[in-house]
Design a binder for this molecule. Structure first.
Ligand code: ADP
Ligand code: MG
Length: 601
């Protein structure tokens, strides 16, 4: 068996060796940057005031930008919700400073127009500086977490934001996967894990399956309008109705902040005093629980949906993990425990657990740890076909491990070898994809074109290692190759390949169709010429000349690049040759009945 290591010249097989990398949880309301201590334990990095939970807000004034705690009035909030969106997306309505019909999407930020990526980049740059100040040296690479439901556009936007901030993205990993890593759940046996993430404004539930140290997302569900803010809102409504007052928007927002503080204090205290002007109200934990319970019930309905999607019963879960600041509410803990029938993991700070997992992954990637987390095939894997077009065998985003078998056959008569060219990428032509390996399946017994049965199996194991096996059934010849498709391929390379594929999608498809028509027409001509030569006895008078003339028309069409014309001429040729083919077929069947094998026909 060949073992090929694919990496670019000058690069080590261990990706990103010798760099210091940080882990970043780029949250909707808060962000956290973390790294691994010498002893291997994760640590959240604090600013000079000792704060490590950084509000994901930026304000733009004449003085320039201010991020996090320093951000002033009118700061841009929740920019994560606009990542990878366009001005026609419904979410845009929630952002008053989006510039109407801007394309790409832009926001009015003080005197300037900025894209969501640029605003996100300002938050990331702030986190990068915090890490550099704490470490005393430059940091240039990061693992950044994204919600499991983020689509390609949202992930690409996150990656662009990182680039703009001067950070190289080692990998984007899913937030729930990061949380599971922080709990060391990847070290355990196989299992299915639920990650319950109740943040400030959103709720996410993810069902992950762990096998061979790799996490696969089985299902996600959630509610983008459910979080701690709703509890603050309910508490504010309750207090104001008790006092029989209403507040205009701005004082109301201020009062809701006071409610949030009261709510947070109730995690430790059993009662707190809520104050507004000369009004006072005692809020007990019981009362808070009463207000929060309907909201938590809504989150559990999402959990039921996710379990259904994942086709998993609650009792099959090996662990439940709590993430997000709102899971500090004791009621969340107990209701989740009751729902799942087991005590959820909450030992690690729920605000920092995602960043810890990102830091662990960043260290694994830079220190060349043996297990690299790769839960899906990032780019399609395929084979080059006749005419240089690509047949995708394993499509991108297929969860790993996976194995796909496809049957191929020989193109020409008497072919004894098949060249296998294994490529990676989304483009239609092999030359536009990344070449992974070439090998040959030899020792095929010579037979008529189309009779050989070549089964090609692509398998990607839990480590992302691709092995390709080609086996010709009739002659029993076998060829095997092993490849590491991710070697030497950075997230940037992947993003670039995906972008190019999107840009060229239409012209690629047209070209593919033309090549397919051409290859098919050539095959038909070759097959017919071989039949004319082998069995002239089945030809009627004048038939040969007619067929030859039509072959000439096909060949003429093949000189040009009009697909319709090639298809038309080759179709006519097949029609014309029909009666002759039928006579041949009947004769072959008669011979077959007299005891000959198909391969000898
Ligand atoms: P996100 O992931 O959306 O950025 P976080 O995970 O940071 O959000 O969660 C923020 C939410 O957690 C806020 O609603 C905040 O009030 C809530 N929270 C923080 N600490 C507590 C606490 N001790 N008790 C209840 N809620 C809390
Ligand atoms: Mg979060």
């Amino acid at each position: 068996m060949h073992l090929m290591q694919i990496h670019e010249p000058g690069q080590t097989p261990i990706p990103h060796a010798q760099t210091v990398a940080i882990g970043i949880d780029l949250g909707t309301t808060h962000s956290v940057v973390a790294l691994l201590r010498e002893d291997g334990s994760p640590q959240a990095i604090s600013d000079e005031q000792g704060r490590s939970l950084i509000p994901s807000v930026v304000s733009y004034e004449n003085l320039g930008r201010r991020v996090g705690h320093e951000a002033g009035e009118g700061a841009v909030r929740s920019i994560k919700r606009l990542m990878g969106k366009s001005s026609s997306d419904a979410v845009v309505k929630d952002f008053p400073n989006v510039i109407a019909a801007s394309s790409p999407l832009a926001l009015q930020c003080g005197p300037q127009h900025l894209s969501p990526e640029e605003i996100s980049a300002d938050i990331l740059a702030h986190l990068k500086h915090m890490a550099e100040a704490a470490l005393g040296h430059n940091v240039d690479a990061a693992v950044i977490t994204v919600p499991a439901y983020f689509d390609d556009a949202q992930r690409l936007a996150t990656k662009r934001a990182a680039e703009l901030s001067g950070l190289r993205v080692l990998r984007l990993i899913n937030e729930p996967t990061a949380a599971a890593l922080a709990y060391g759940l990847d070290q355990g046996a196989e299992g299915t894990i639920a990650v319950y993430d109740l943040g400030g404004g959103t709720f996410d539930i993810s069902i992950l399956k762990l096998s061979g140290g790799v996490f696969q997302v089985l299902a996600t569900a959630g509610d983008t309008l459910l979080g701690g803010d709703d509890i603050d809102h309910a508490l504010a409504d309750y207090a104001l109705s008790q006092w029989k007052i209403t507040l205009p928007p701005h004082p109301r927002a201020q009062f809701q902040l006071a409610c949030r503080r009261a709510k947070e204090q109730l995690s430790d205290a059993t009662e707190v005093m809520l104050t507004h002007a000369d009004k006072h109200l005692t809020i007990t934990r019981e009362l808070l629980n009463e207000l929060a319970a309907p909201l938590i019930k809504r989150s559990l309905a999402c959990c039921t949906r996710a379990l259904l999607d994942a086709k998993i019963g609650k009792e099959e879960l090996s662990a439940v993990v709590l993430v997000g600041g709102s899971t500090r509410l004791k009621l969340v803990h107990s209701m989740v425990a009751e729902f799942f029938g087991q005590t959820p993991h909450s030992e690690i700070d729920p605000d920092r657990v995602v960043a810890y997992g990102a830091a662990i992954q960043a260290a694994a990637l830079t220190q060349g740890a043996d297990h690299l987390l790769l839960d899906v095939v990032p780019l399609s894997l395929g084979l080059e076909m006749m005419g240089g077009i690509v047949e995708k065998i394993i499509h991108r985003n297929t969860p790993i491990p996976t194995s796909v078998k496809q049957e191929f056959t020989t193109y020409a008569d008497g072919q004894t070898a098949i060249a296998l060219h294994i490529v990676q990428g989304e483009r239609e032509k092999a030359e536009d994809c990344r070449s992974l390996a070439r090998c040959e399946l030899t020792g095929i017994a010579p037979m008529k074109a189309g009779l050989a049965r070549v089964g090609v199996t692509f398998s990607v194991d839990a480590d992302g290692l691709l092995s390709v096996e080609a086996r010709e059934a009739l002659s029993g010849s076998v060829q095997q190759v092993e490849i590491k498709p991710s070697y030497g391929l950075s997230v940037e390379d992947m993003a670039r390949m995906l972008e190019q594929a999107m840009q060229h999608a239409q012209s690629d498809i047209l070209e593919r169709l033309l090549i397919e028509s051409r290859v098919e027409a050539q095959r038909v001509v070759m097959e017919i010429q071989s039949a004319l030569k082998d069995t002239p006895q089945h030809l009627k008078a004048g038939e040969a000349a007619m067929i030859e003339a039509q072959i000439a028309s096909v060949n003429e069409a093949l000189q040009g690049s009009e697909r319709e014309r090639i298809d038309y001429e080759s179709g006519r040729l097949q029609e014309l040759v029909g009666p002759f083919a039928e006579r041949r077929m009947n004769a072959a069947i008669a011979e077959g009945l007299s005891g000959k094998h198909l391969t000898e026909v």
